[in-house]
Design a protein around this ligand. Structure first.
Ligand code: ATP
Length: 578
């Protein structure tokens, strides 16, 4: 397909803020790809959301704004200082590429026709170029594309490269458009399409099946060992009574461990771990590979678990924030593994010896765990569980979980199936009411004096809605961050470290203020939520305090405006009734 057609689609989609209109525009585009009949065109589905591979694939374009600036300069013959100047004026590198390409076009005659295949071919070479001395090669690949691009094509090429497409399209819009384009009469279609998206995390494969309009064919998408699946998520219940009402009696009740989700795949000798963000973190947990090999029976399986940190000496469990760096760190793994050991608590199984268990009732899945996982405390164990109809027993179990320093308890319906990617009503969490939120950093301000050079305050945003791609500001924080680098103490994060973490996502700098792409999720506690006209969410957090980075969470999993409103209402209710 000509890249021009894709660029025209991007233009049309970004011309309207309305989701329904965007969906309609996408419906037409998807029908066009389907009717082209070309196998290669299906990969355009990745480009639609600014990717080059399926979501489960770890290879990302990963080009810094600095390289993008160099490439614009090289392709247009305008020196870097002038490109930088244009960036300051226009605030968007894509627009800079468009404007400067237009200038170049007037002076040179260029007749290159860019295709999506060529764009993908060059972009896919970028992640393979690692290490010193590769910048030149990267530049060549990008410049080649930019040199044959029209101004509009250059705009979207640059935005794709820096990972900021700005067309307001997300996976759920693609899902709805697929349903409309190929199953116009079937109300069940969006849900069924979502199911196979969550199972495969590969929009192009999903498109390939969906485009023929046959729902029975969906069964063709199977779980595959080594390919990550989205984890099933829980809803919240107010208390034990409400939890029983939702999941029925008897229910399985388990500890809600305060760790991080680890989905374990094994086939033969090969063991792979994924986080809930579908990141492969196998290298970070060599000791867990050996626990899985030694203590779990079976040739092939996918287990769902929570990894919890514990103190080596006292054997007391530690909160998530104290071990979160085990997910992040890629170096000195042995040392970290010594200092911050984890215990794996297995609570579900999705696949066993060649067979998917997604449709099997939880009762059966949990029984299988007990058969195949050999309990080895402080290494790998079955999640603590009781099966009961008794509220008093549940209350006792809840108290014990909190005493053991865990977050609370999970209620699970014994007959329910495993639904990847869904926040289901048959798995409910009960935990003490506390005021904390997971939010995204979308801006910051440079500090002065000893904090000069680093951001010293950070703007927090929530998601505008469950299905909305937009983020709304809700407060600023600077507390909870350390002055000095944390190499010695290992725990927490410094201003310097957080700034460096955010820097690749800087979108715009004006004076001391920086706009940042919503990428980094953090947990914050706060004293109170107030209504406010200072932030576009309409709310402000009072005294937000950083507690942890959430590398395991995707920005789309940040708290939504509705959740903020709910917490606001709840806090009012709590005050009223003491
Ligand atoms: P929270 O911020 O309250 O931890 P969350 O958004 O991280 O919630 P939820 O879906 O609300 O995630 O809660 C489920 C999470 O709890 C799972 O992702 C998993 O990491 C963790 N968890 C701990 N113990 C269990 C368990 N026994 N069964 C299922 N999930 C568990």
């Amino acid at each position: 397909m000509k890249y021009k057609e894709l660029a025209e689609f991007y233009e049309a989609a970004s011309s309207t803020p309305k989701r329904l209109e965007k969906t309609e525009i996408l419906v037409k585009f998807l029908k066009k790809i389907a009717s082209s009949g070309k196998e290669l065109d299906r990969d355009v589905l990745y480009l639609l959301l600014g990717d080059i591979y399926p979501e489960y694939d770890e290879r990302r374009i990963g080009i810094s704004t600095q390289i993008a600036i160099k490439a614009i300069s090289k392709a247009t013959g305008i020196n870097e200082t002038n490109v930088l100047h244009e960036w300051k004026v226009l605030g968007d590198l894509g627009k800079v590429a468009k404007a400067l390409t237009a200038k170049r076009k007037q002076s040179t005659l260029h007749t290159g026709v860019l295709t999506t295949e060529k764009v993908l071919e060059n972009l896919r070479k970028l992640p393979e170029l690692i290490g010193k001395g590769t910048v030149g090669k990267k530049l060549d690949l990008i410049t080649e594309l930019l040199s044959s691009a029209s101004p509009v094509e250059a705009l979207y090429l640059i935005r794709t490269l820096i990972g900021d497409l700005r067309i307001g399209l997300k996976e759920s819009t693609v899902r709805d458009a697929m349903a409309k384009a190929f199953f116009s009469e079937n109300k069940e279609a969006p849900k069924k399409i979502q199911d196979i998206i969550d199972k495969s995390n590969d929009l192009a494969s999903v498109f390939n099946i969906v485009k023929d309009g046959k729902i029975d064919e969906f069964e063709k998408i199977h779980l595959e060992i080594g390919k990550p699946i989205k984890a099933m998520l829980a809803q919240k219940a107010k208390n034990i009574k409400e939890a029983f009402e939702s999941v029925g009696k008897p229910a399985a009740i388990e500890y809600k461990y305060d760790g991080f989700r680890l989905i374990i795949h094994k086939k033969g000798d090969k063991v792979i771990f994924f986080t809930r963000r579908l990141e492969n973190v196998t290298k970070q947990f060599p000791e867990v590979v050996s626990y899985v090999q030694k203590y779990v029976k079976g040739d092939s399986f996918i287990l769902d678990s929570e990894a919890v940190g514990f103190n080596k000496k006292t054997k007391e469990y530690m909160p998530f924030q104290d071990i979160s760096q085990r997910i992040r760190r890629k170096y000195h793994i042995e040392k970290l593994q010594e200092e911050l050991p984890v215990e794996i608590n297995v609570f579900d199984i999705l696949y066993y010896n060649g067979k998917s268990l997604l449709k099997e009732p939880f009762e059966k899945r949990t029984a299988l765990i007990k058969k195949i996982v050999k309990n080895n405390p402080y290494k790998i164990i079955h999640a603590k569980q009781i099966i009961t109809s008794d509220e008093v027993a549940a209350e006792r179990f809840y108290k014990q979980a909190l005493k053991d320093r865990q977050e609370g308890i999970m209620f699970k319906n014994l007959q329910a199936r495993y639904q990847p990617g869904s926040r289901v009503g048959h798995m409910l969490k009960v935990k003490p009411e506390e005021r904390d939120l997971d939010l995204v950093i979308t801006g910051g301000e440079y500090g002065t004096g000893k904090r000069g050079g680093w951001l010293s305050s950070f703007i927090l945003s929530c998601k505008a809605g469950k299905l909305k791609d937009e983020f709304l500001e809700i407060g600023k924080f600077g507390t909870g961050i350390k002055e000095k680098s944390t190499e010695e103490s290992k725990i927490g994060i410094s201003f310097h470290e957080l700034t460096e973490k955010l820097r690749p996502y800087f979108l715009e700098e004006k004076g001391k203020s920086v706009k940042i792409k919503p990428k980094i999720v953090v947990s914050v506690t706060y004293q109170e939520i107030q209504k406010s006209i200072n932030y576009n969410s309409g709310f402000a957090l009072r005294f937000p305090r950083f507690t942890a980075l959430r590398p395991d969470k995707h920005p789309t999993e940040a708290a939504t405006l509705d959740e903020v409103k709910k917490d606001f209402e709840n806090q009012k209710r709590n005050w009223r009734y003491g």
